[in-house]
Write a protein that binds this ligand. Structure first.
Ligand SMILES: Cc1cc2nc3c(=O)[nH]c(=O)nc-3n(C[C@H](O)[C@H](O)[C@H](O)COP(=O)(O)OP(=O)(O)OC[C@H]3O[C@@H](n4cnc5c(N)ncnc54)[C@H](O)[C@@H]3O)c2cc1C
Length: 505
C-alpha cells in the first residue's frame, strides 16, 4: 500500500475542486480522485453558469446559507483564480398579478437570506432597462448581486490552484469502495488501487448517493437525475439582454427557462427540468428543445431560431430528501455533514443548483466541519491563492498580440477561426499544471470549437497538435477519453502514394 494521505476527495467537479483548493491552504496531504480523463466533465460543465443571488433557496437551509456566503466570495475568488466573472445582476420577470405575488415571496425570502439590494421594479422600468423583454411584463425582481460565471474555467482553475499548492490529482481513478477499520473509514479502493487516508470527502455529484451508501450512510437517500436542456445562440450583432440574466417567475418545477448572456458573448437559453432514469442520459430531445424555445420566446419574443448553434443537456443531482418544503421539489437541501455513524467521512450530497455558485462556501463549511471534529488545521506559510491565467490571444490588444507572437510564433497561428484560438494557447494548455489531453478538455479551457462551425474547421488541426505534444498517434486522440477517439483506423498508406492521417491534417 502506498503512502497515507490526510484527506482524499472523491470527485473533481466544481465542489471537489473548490474543497481541494481551500483545503490546500493547510498543512495536509491531499489526494483528489476523478473517474474521468479531466476535471469538471460532469454537471459542472453543463449548467446555466448563473451566480445566483440567493433569493430562491428557503431561509435557514444549507442552500441559502452557502449561496449567499459564496456570492460575497466570488469577486475576490475570481480575481485570485484568474477567471472571468460578472456581477451583472439578474431579473425575475412577472407577467401576471399572480406572478407579482410570487416575486413578493422571493423578495421576502431573499431579505431573510441576507441578499442585499433586492428591489421590485415596475413593468415600465423593466422595459426601459431590458427593451426586448416581453411588452406585457408587469414587473420584475431586480437582484444586483446576481451574476454570470464560467463554470468550465472555474472547475479547472480551482483544481489547478489546488495542484499548485501540493494537492495530488489522479484522473481516470474511480472510487469503488471504502477501506474500513471497524466504524472508521481509513481509505478508498479504486480502479487504480487502494489509497489510505484519515478523512474521505464525498464530492461525487450525481454519484454521491452511491458513494455514501458504501459507508452505510443515508441508505434512504437516492439521487434522481433531473435533466435540463439548453440551446446556445451565436454571437450576433445584437444582444437579447443587456449582459444580464432574465428568469421567468419560478414554478414548482424550478427556476424556469432563462435567457441570459454568457461571458463568452453568446446567449444561453434553458433549462427545462425533467427526471430521467439514467445518470448518463444527457441526450437532448425534440420535445425538450421545443419546450425551452417556447419558454425563451415567451420571455424575449424577438429571439430567432436562425441564431441557434449548439444544444446540450446537464443532469441535476436531485435527491429525494430531506425536503424542507415537500411542495417545492427542487428545493431539497444540500447535504453537508460529518455523519455520526461512521468516522473519517465528510458527506456532500444533493448538490444541485445553486451548487456552482455555492461551491466555495461549501468548501469553507467543510473546513469548519473538520475543525469542529477536532482536526488541527495549520495554515501553510507558502500557500499561494493566486493562479495566473495563461494568455488568451483574442483578449489582448494589437501590441500585446505582437509581443506574444514575437516570443512564440505559435500564437500567430489561428487554429479555431470562429473563436480566434491560437496554436500557442492550445500548446500551453497541453502543458499546463493539469494537462489538457482531449479535444473537450481544450474546448473547456480555450473555448475552441464553440463557435458557429462547432469545430468543423479546427478539429483535424487540434488532433494533430495533441498527438504531437503528447507523443502519441492521432488515432489515440479522443473527444473525452477512451471510447471517443476521433479516428478509427488508417485507411490509406502514404508509402503507396496515397494520403494518410497526417496528410489530412
Ligand atoms: C441544468 C442545470 C442547471 C444548473 N444551473 C446552475 C446555475 O445556473 N448556477 C448554479 O449555481 N448551479 C447550477 N446548477 C448546479 C451546478 O451545476 C451543480 O450544483 C454543480 O456543478 C455540482 O458540482 P459537483 O462538483 O457536485 O458535481 P459534478 O460536477 O458532477 O462533479 C462530481 C465529480 O465526481 C466525479 N465522480 C463521480 N463518481 C466518482 C467515482 N466513483 N470516483 C471518482 N470520481 C467520481 C464525477 O466524474 C464528477 O467529475 C445547474 C445544474 C444543472 C444540471
Amino acid at each position: 500500500m502506498s503512502k497515507k494521505y490526510d484527506v482524499i476527495i472523491i470527485g473533481a467537479g466544481i465542489v471537489g475542486g473548490m474543497v481541494a483548493r481551500f483545503l490546500s491552504k493547510y498543512a495536509l496531504d491531499i489526494l483528489l480522485i476523478e473517474k474521468e480523463v479531466d476535471v469538471g466533465m460532469e454537471t459542472s460543465s453543463a449548467n446555466s453558469a448563473a451566480v445566483h443571488a440567493g433569493y430562491d433557496a428557503l431561509p435557514g437551509t444549507n442552500k441559502a446559507i452557502t449561496n449567499v456566503k459564496a456570492v460575497e466570495m466570488w469577486p475576490k475568488l475570481s480575481q485570485e483564480l484568474g477567471i472571468a466573472y460578472a456581477q451583472c445582476g439578474d431579473y425575475v420577470v412577472a407577467v401576471t398579478n399572480e406572478e407579482m405575488l410570487v416575486l413578493a415571496e422571493l423578495l421576502d425570502r431573499g431579505v431573510k437570506n441576507g441578499v442585499p439590494g433586492l428591489q421590485i421594479i415596475s413593468g415600465e422600468e423593466m422595459r426601459a432597462r431590458e427593451p426586448l423583454v416581453r411588452q406585457d411584463t408587469v414587473g420584475a425582481l431586480w437582484a444586483p448581486t446576481g451574476g454570470i460565471g464560467d463554470p468550465f474555467a472555474a472547475s479547472v482553475a480551482a483544481a489547478e490552484n489546488a495542484v499548485m499548492n501540493g494537492v495530488t490529482l489522479k484522473l481516470n481513478t474511480a472510487f469503488e469502495d471504502f477501506l474500513m477499520e471497524e466504524d472508521r473509514i481509513v481509505g478508498v479502493r479504486t480502479n487504480q488501487g487502494d489509497f489510505k487516508s484519515r478523512w474521505v470527502i464525498n464530492a461525487a455529484g450525481l454519484y454521491a448517493d452511491e458513494v455514501m451508501h458504501k459507508a452505510a450512510v443515508r441508505p434512504e437517500f437516492v439521487i434522481r437525475p433531473r435533466r435540463g436542456e439548453y440551446l446556445i445562440l451565436d454571437k450576433a450583432d445584437f444582444q437579447l439582454t443587456n449582459n444580464t440574466i432574465l428568469f421567468p417567475t419560478p414554478s414548482s418545477k424550478g427556476k424556469g427557462i432563462l435567457v441570459a448572456s454568457t461571458l463568452h458573448g453568446n446567449i444561453i437559453v434553458g433549462p427545462n427540468a425533467n427526471f430521467v432514469d439514467s445518470k448518463q442520459n444527457k441526450a437532448v430531445t425534440k420535445e425538450g428543445l421545443e419546450e425551452i424555445w417556447n419558454g425563451a420566446s415567451k420571455l424575449v419574443p424577438s429571439i430567432k431560431r436562425k441564431h441557434i448553434i449548439a444544444q446540450f443537456a446537464g443532469l441535476r443531482a436531485t435527491g429525494n430528501g430531506p425536503a424542507p418544503d415537500p411542495e417545492i421539489n427542487y428545493n431539497q437541501d444540500f447535504i453537508i455533514e460529518i455523519p455520526e455513524t461512521v468516522k473519517g467521512f465528510v458527506n456532500l450530497g444533493g448538490i444541485e443548483s445553486p451548487g456552482f455558485t455555492a461551491a466555495p462556501a461549501i468548501a469553507e463549511k467543510v473546513i469548519k466541519l473538520l475543525e469542529d471534529a477536532g482536526e488541527n488545521l495549520v495554515e501553510k506559510p507558502d500557500w499561494n491563492p493566486i493562479r495566473v491565467p495563461r494568455p488568451v490571444f483574442r483578449h489582448l490588444d494589437r501590441d500585446q498580440q505582437a509581443a506574444l507572437i514575437a516570443k512564440d510564433p505559435a500564437y500567430g497561428r489561428i487554429v479555431c477561426r470562429c473563436e480566434s484560438v491560437t496554436e500557442g494557447e492550445i500548446r500551453a494548455e497541453i502543458h499546463a499544471p493539469i494537462p489538457a489531453t482531449t479535444y473537450d478538455a481544450l474546448k473547456r479551457r480555450t473555448w475552441l470549437g464553440t463557435g458557429r462551425c462547432q469545430g468543423g474547421f479546427d478539429l483535424p488541426r487540434v488532433v494533430a497538435i495533441l498527438a504531437e505534444e503528447l507523443g502519441v498517434s492521432p488515432e489515440e486522440i479522443s473527444k473525452k477519453g477512451t471510447g471517443s477517439e476521433w479516428l478509427y483506423r488508417r485507411t490509406k498508406d502514404v508509402s503507396q502514394g496515397h494520403l494518410n492521417v497526417e496528410d489530412l491534417i
